[in-house]
Write a protein that binds this ligand. Structure first.
Ligand code: NM2
Length: 529
């Protein structure tokens, strides 16, 4: 009853909702109706962004990492998200598990298994094709793209959002609020609306890339297990099913749907990784995992700034730039999520925690699943490179998994894991999108239910277009690249906003303390007189 009463007070933010919907239809319908012509346009957009704006994204990544380190180890790191002395709301384990499940989707399964193949067949940093250095570099580059710098991109917005909810105790669920510290009341006008629309598009673009990769993976797995033909119709059917699952989960709300799926997801993920670790060449996985950490550490700054202007291999543009854009597209959404689960933690605990736990989770996936495949290639048990050239990403992943004992069972479990991974990310995405297209959230803090469903299905629109295009990697990447640009700017704004808010509040606190002392001194003085 209470819920219904609250819902009545809550209204849709018409400018943001209809603005975003019209723009979304304007982007997705042409892709669905004119796939070929759209593919051409998308490819040139992709080329333009990665060749002209590569340095922008590289500097953005550096900014996020430096900001996170500085903020954690300066006085700002001591700011507690909550009242003084408040204890963290969640244990470190559940906190890390929720963080990881929300932050990555089926992408970590997809790329965890085959990212190295792309780097092994066209190695970065001038390494020779087929050499042992190429193998080590291939193992290291994946964990660079899913490591601390990537998680730093996620954490930046968390600072401003967390500060607003738990310290200033404001209504947070809009990204524009996170920029109030920097641009003040201008967030109530058109700038604020633009920020909220860009935020929505960030998620839509990021999810389009993810669903565009994830649903062909699920379809490839099912077609291998059940021997059915992989058609675009089947892929769209699967996409619809996945959307139905996360739509339902978002509809049932944070506590029921989202939590149950997250728990299932963690258990399944740990089980599969452990199984591959034990069933594969365990020693190789351990040794290459360890080696790749060293290779990453030695080359970290080189990788972080490499744009290959002389060699023009386009490696950093096609990969690092794309990755930073992809992480950026999700960043404000994840920042909000990280902030919400971090009540009672300090800024340092929140930021360093997500950098460390997030990277550790991804490294585990990449080291175990990736090095399992790398071992197949190096030992000659399977020519993974040739398989990728011939069959494409999803089928190669499934072929690698099929070499494991109980291959078909593993494939089935990986299919389930991919679905739950997608569902646990996109149910929260639909939930946050709904909250963002309302003028305010109800007293119970929940966004309108039907709006959550509308967003869940809207998220699937661009991926339908991508499936009709045959899901080419470049096109999938373009979605994140385009929509990541405005989001990067907002992430940077939110960083400055956080610093400014803390400064203002500290100053005010000091003034108040001074006033109290003055008052006290005045009283003493009067008494003495
Ligand atoms: N990120 C983590 O499919 C996915 O894993 C979604 C992708 C941004 C690279 C997240």
């Amino acid at each position: 009853m209470k819920t219904n009463q609250n819902m009545k007070k809550v209204k849709i933010d018409k400018t943001v909702f209809f603005g975003a919907m019209i723009a979304l239809l304007a982007v997705s319908l042409p892709i669905i109706i004119f796939p070929e012509a759209s593919a051409k346009i998308l490819n040139s957009v992709n080329k333009f962004i990665i060749t002209k704006l590569g340095s922008f994204f590289i500097w953005f990544g550096l900014f996020c990492l430096i900001f996170c380190l500085w903020i954690s180890f300066s006085r700002y790191g001591k700011v507690r998200l909550g009242d003084e002395g408040e204890k963290p709301e969640f244990s470190s384990f559940s906190w890390a598990a929720m963080l990881f499940c929300a932050g990555v989707g089926a992408g970590v399964v997809y790329w965890g298994v085959i990212e190295w193949v792309y780097y092994y067949k066209a190695p970065p940093l001038g390494v020779a094709v087929g050499s042992w250095q190429a193998a080590e570099m291939a193992a290291a580059y994946g964990i660079f793209h899913w490591g601390p710098m990537a998680w730093a991109i996620y954490s930046v917005t968390g600072c401003a959002v967390g500060y607003i909810i738990f310290v200033r105790k404001g209504n947070i669920l809009k990204l524009s609020e996170a920029c109030r510290g920097l641009i003040g009341n201008r967030v109530d006008g058109i700038i604020g609306k633009l920020i909220d629309i860009s935020f929505i598009f960030g998620i839509v673009g990021g999810v389009a890339t993810s669903l565009g990769l994830g649903s062909p993976l699920v379809t490839a797995g099912l077609s291998r297990v059940f021997g059915i033909k992989e058609t675009p119709g089947l892929q769209i059917g699967i996409l619809f099913l996945v959307t139905l699952i996360f739509g339902f989960s978002a509809y049932s709300g944070l506590k029921k749907g989202i939590k149950v799926l997250s728990d299932l997801n963690v258990v399944l993920a740990i089980g599969i990784v452990l199984f591959v670790f034990l069933a594969g060449n365990t020693i190789f996985i351990l040794e290459m995992g360890t080696t790749s950490l060293g290779v990453l550490a030695t080359n970290f700054f080189r990788m972080s700034t490499w744009l290959d202007p002389a060699g023009k291999s386009m490696f950093p543009q096609s990969w690092t730039v794309f990755y930073w854009a992809w992480w950026a597209a999700y960043a404000p959404f994840l920042g909000m999520f990280i902030a919400r689960i971090s009540k009672g933690r300090t800024i340092k605990q929140m930021v360093m925690g997500s950098l460390i736990y997030g990277s550790a989770g991804c490294i585990l996936f990449f080291a175990v699943l990736g090095n399992y495949g790398l071992d197949l290639q190096l030992s000659g048990k399977m020519d993974v490179v040739a398989t990728l050239n011939e069959l494409g990403g999803p089928q190669t992943i499934i072929s690698i998994l099929q070499t494991l004992p109980f291959g078909k069972l593993v494939i089935t479990l990986v299919v389930v894991l991919s679905v739950t991974f997608m569902a646990t990310s996109y149910d929260s995405a639909s939930y946050i999108l709904a909250a963002n297209s309302q003028t305010q959230v109800g007293e119970n803090g929940e966004p309108i239910r039907w709006l959550r469903l509308v967003w869940a299905f809207s998220l699937a629109l661009i991926p339908i277009g991508f499936i009709l295009l045959g899901s080419p990697l470049k096109t999938l990447q373009t979605a994140s690249l385009v929509f990541g640009i405005p989001v990067c700017i907002i992430v940077i704004m939110s960083a400055f906003s956080f610093v400014k808010m803390v400064k203002v509040d500290i100053k005010e606190k000091k003034l108040k303390q001074k006033a109290v002392i003055n008052e006290f001194e005045d009283d003493e003085f009067e008494e003495a007189v």
